[in-house]
Design a protein around this ligand. Structure first.
Ligand code: FAD
Length: 526
C-alpha cells in the first residue's frame, strides 16, 4: 500500500486532484472516501435534491452546538458523504464570487490568489455551454449549463426585481455580479454534474488511480515532522497506506481540521485534553469558522404553479425518457445579488435564492399548501466561530460553534434584517399580485428591527457554506501557506473549502474546484 499521493476525501476538491495528479501514468494516486459510490438516482436527477436532503447514507448530518444568538438552536449542517462530496448533494448553482474577494485573500497573506491569478483556473475547470469568452472557459471538466426547465414563478421574481429598480443580470460570473437573473448550473444533459461526474469519471479507468470508498481515514501518521502514511477503517479493519510524495487533506471545512487535530496538529491545550500526542502546535486549526447565514421569507401562493404538489410519476417519466421537465430543475432557479445600504464596498452583500415552493427548515418541515420562498443570506459575515474535538475517537463528530450574529457591532444582524425587508418588498411587488397569498414567515407583517431580529433568532439557517478552518496565510492563526502546505509539516497539504481565509461573496463549489485546480498545478510543479 504505497503511493506517490494519497488524497483524503473525494469531494469537490478531492476529485479534481485525483484527476489532475493521476494524469501522469507513472504517478500512483490513492483516493480515499468515507462514503459510498454515487449510485443513488436522486444524486443525478437535479430535482432529487429535495429527497436527498434527508438521506442519511450520503450525508455527514452535522448539527452545530446551541447557537447563543439564535435562541439556543442547533443548526443542521448537511455535508456530502459520497463520491463527489457536497457537490453530489448541493443545489448546483454555479457562482464564483466577486473579484474583490480574491484580491482581499491576497491582501490577507494568500499571495498568488488574487483575482487575476485565479481567473485562469476558473476558466480551466469550466465547460460553459454558452461558450468561452473573457470570463468563461470551454473544454474543462466542470460542465456549466442553463436550465432545461424553469418554473414560471422564477420569471415573476425577475419581473418583481425589475419593478423595484434592480438590474437584470444574464451572467453573475461575468463583468458584473450585481442584479437578478437565472443561475447557471453544474449540470450536463439535464443531470447533476458533480466533480465525481466531471473529474473522477474521466480518470477512473486509469491503472495508476485507486479509488477506495467506505474508507474512513482516522489519522495522518506524522514522523519527524513529515506526513508519511494514513490509517483508515474499512470493513471493520484498520488499514495503513504510505505516501512517498504527499498526503492531501480534502475532507472539507469540518473534517479536514478534525483530521489534523486527530493527527496531533492543532491547539496544544485541545490535544492534551483528548490525550492526543502533539506533533505540532498550530492554534489556527478549526478556528475562523464562518458561514453564510440565511433567512427564508415565505408567502403562500394562490395559483397551482409551485413545486409543492407535483405529479412525481409524470416528472420521473419525462426525466427518464427525455431528460426534460421539472426533474432537471435545481429548484433554486433564479436569484440575485444586491448591495444593501450597509455594504462597505462595491461588492453585493446579500444573495437571494428563489424557490417556487414552501421550504421551511431545509424542506424537512413539510407544511401543507402551496407557497414561494425567498432565501436571503449575508455574503460577508463578520462573526467567527470555531470547531473543536468532542473526543479523540474519529467516529465522534466534532463540536461546531458557528457563533452566528456574534460580531460586536451587530452588523451581521442588521444586514440580514435589511435582507428580509427586501425579500418582503419583492414579494409585495405588482408582479406577484396574481400569485401572492398570506405571508407565512416572518408572518406578522411587522417590519420593525425588533420583530425581524426575533424572526432571525427563531428561523435563520445555514445556506451551506462553512469555510475558513484551515485558513491560508502567513499569520499566526493561519494553517496552510499560500501553496496550501500545512505550516511546519512536510509533505502535507490541505486542499478544500477550509483553506479559504474569508468567505467569497457567493456559493462555494466553483471556488473550491478552482482551489483544487491551482493546488494540483502547484503540487505537480513540486
Ligand atoms: C445542501 C448543500 C447545498 C449547496 N449548494 C451549493 C450550490 O448550489 N452551489 C455551490 O457552489 N455550493 C453549494 N454548496 C456548497 C459546496 O457544495 C461546498 O462548499 C463544496 O462542495 C465543498 O467542497 P469540499 O471539497 O471542501 O468538501 P466536500 O465536497 O464536502 O468533500 C469532502 C469529502 O471528504 C470526505 N471525507 C471527509 N472526511 C473523511 C475521512 N475522514 N475519510 C475519508 N473521507 C472523508 C467526505 O465524505 C466528502 O466526500 C452546497 C452545500 C450543501 C451541503
Amino acid at each position: 500500500m504505497t503511493y506517490d499521493y494519497i488524497i483524503i476525501g473525494a469531494g469537490s476538491a478531492g476529485c479534481v486532484l485525483a484527476n489532475r495528479l493521476s494524469a501522469n501514468p507513472n504517478t500512483r494516486v490513492l483516493l480515499l472516501e468515507a462514503g459510498p459510490r454515487d449510485w443513488h438516482p436522486f444524486i443525478h436527477m437535479p430535482a432529487g435534491i429535495a429527497k436527498l436532503v434527508s438521506r442519511k447514507g450520503v450525508n455527514w448530518d452535522y448539527n452545530t452546538e446551541p447557537e447563543p444568538n439564535l435562541d439556543g438552536r442547533r443548526l443542521w449542517w448537511p455535508r456530502g458523504k459520497v463520491l463527489g462530496g457536497s457537490s453530489s448533494i448541493n443545489a448546483m448553482c454555479y457562482i464564483r464570487g466577486h473579484a474583490r474577494d480574491y484580491d482581499e485573500w491576497a491582501a490577507m497573506g494568500a499571495t498568488g490568489w488574487d483575482w487575476n491569478a485565479v481567473l485562469p483556473y476558473f476558466k480551466r475547470s469550466e465547460n460553459n455551454e454558452r461558450g468561452a469568452d473573457d470570463f468563461h472557459g470551454s473544454g474543462g471538466h466542470l460542465n456549466v449549463a442553463d436550465h432545461r426547465y424553469r418554473n414560471p414563478l422564477s420569471q415573476v421574481l425577475l419581473d418583481a426585481a425589475a419593478q423595484n429598480g434592480f438590474p437584470l443580470n444574464p451572467d453573475f460570473n461575468g463583468a458584473q455580479m450585481e442584479g437578478f437573473g437565472f443561475y447557471q448550473l453544474t449540470q450536463k444533459n439535464g443531470q447533476r454534474w458533480s466533480t465525481a461526474a466531471g473529474y473522477l469519471n474521466a480518470a477512473r479507468d486509469r491503472d495508476n488511480l485507486t479509488i477506495t470508498t467506505r474508507a474512513m481515514v482516522e489519522r495522518v501518521v506524522i514522523e519527524n515532522g513529515r506526513a508519511v502514511a494514513v490509517e483508515f477503517q474499512r470493513k471493520g479493519e484498520r488499514v495503513r497506506a504510505e505516501a512517498t510524495r504527499e498526503i492531501v487533506l480534502s475532507g472539507g471545512a469540518i473534517n479536514s481540521p478534525q483530521l489534523l487535530l486527530l493527527s496531533g496538529v492543532g491547539g496544544a491545550e485541545q490535544l492534551r485534553q483528548h490525550g492526543i500526542a502533539q506533533k505540532l502546535e498550530l492554534p489556527g486549526v478549526g478556528r475562523n469558522l464562518h458561514d453564510h447565514l440565511d433567512a427564508c421569507t415565505i408567502f403562500r401562493c394562490k395559483q397551482p404553479v409551485t413545486y409543492d404538489k407535483t405529479n412525481d410519476v409524470w416528472i420521473a417519466l419525462q426525466y427518464a425518457l427525455f431528460r426534460k421537465g421539472p426533474g432537471t430543475s435545481n429548484i433554486a432557479e433564479a436569484g440575485g445579488f444586491v448591495r444593501s445600504s450597509l455594504a462597505p464596498d462595491e461588492r453585493p452583500d446579500i444573495q437571494f435564492h428563489f424557490v417556487p415552493a414552501i421550504l421551511d427548515d431545509h424542506g424537512r418541515n413539510r407544511l401543507t399548501g402551496r407557497g414561494m420562498t425567498l432565501h436571503a443570506c449575508h455574503l460577508q459575515p463578520r462573526s467567527r466561530g470555531h470547531l473543536e474535538l468532542a473526543s479523540a475517537d474519529p467516529a465522534t463528530k466534532p463540536k461546531l460553534f458557528a457563533n452566528y450574529l456574534s460580531d460586536a457591532e451587530g452588523f451581521d444582524r442588521r444586514v440580514l434584517v435589511e435582507a428580509v425587508r427586501t425579500s418582503r418588498r419583492l414579494f409585495k411587488s405588482k408582479a406577484f399580485d396574481a400569485y401572492r397569498g398570506d405571508e407565512m414567515f416572518p408572518g406578522d407583517n411587522d417590519d420593525s428591527d425588533a420583530a425581524i431580529g426575533a424572526f432571525l433568532r427563531k428561523k435563520a439557517e445555514t445556506v451551506y457554506h462553512p469555510v475558513g478552518t484551515c485558513a491560508m496565510g502567513t499569520d499566526a492563526n493561519s494553517v496552510v501557506d499560500p501553496t496550501l502546505r500545512v505550516h511546519g509539516i512536510q509533505a502535507l497539504r490541505v486542499v478544500d473549502a477550509s483553506v479559504m481565509p474569508k468567505l467569497v461573496s457567493g456559493n462555494t463549489n466553483a471556488p473550491t474546484v478552482m482551489i483544487a485546480e491551482r493546488a494540483a498545478e502547484l503540487m505537480l510543479a513540486g
